[in-house]
Design a protein around this ligand. Sequence first.
Ligand code: ZN
Ligand code: FE
Length: 253
Amino acid sequence: MFDVIRIPAFKDNYIWLLRKGASAAVVDPGDAPPVLEVLDREGLSLSTILVTHHHADHQGGVSGLLAHYQAEVFGPATESITGLTRPLRGGETIRPAFGDVELQVIAVPGHTLGHIAYYGSGCLFCGDTLFAGGCGRLFEGSAAQMADSLGRLAALPEQTAVYCAHEYTEANLRFALAVEPGNRRLQRRVHEVAVARAKGWATVPSTIAVEKASNPFLRCTEPEVVASARRRAPDAADDVAVFAALREWKNSF
Ligand code: ZN
Ligand code: FE
């Protein structure tokens, strides 16, 4: 097991730092200075960098970190990742140098085609695939791919902590409530998140259980979700079509 330290970056990114003893791993370092500051403050040495996909806000800090630390860089084999030393594909299990920890690599195409997630010790690092209350935009993949990817994540144990890469929860839940106004658990979550955000608190990590209960993108077979999607896209016949209709709707919400 490892500790997870949240490092806010840019406007609404989270970089996750995994600490075990005096060594550290970092997930999706979009920016180096805030990571270097935490490593210094905590007296840690960076040995592992884990990247989920190629977007700059997830890997822009890699070269700045490599200027200070000789770290291995894990990332998707099919994307262009700075300093990549360990190209990965879904289905692999890795043992990063930072600690005696096993992580499973899960292929989650949709937001980008090579997007991967890391899962181990009850923690999921899923980049821009599953968000608290929502999911990533389809920049490269299809709705079917993303629906499939989210299904793989939803199948993880209920208590899995979901470490996504952005604080988008409040806006995501506003949309969720428009889709599923009758969901009591969702209503409660909207309230909890509003209270947390008013205090300036983070709403990530969440859990797979919470996401399954209140994230519309994981609820494409629920009658109220299907009905709302069909109001926008009357011929949405199956759950992938429902998912696609929701994703479209969210883009302009
Ligand atoms: Zn992204
Ligand atoms: Fe991002």
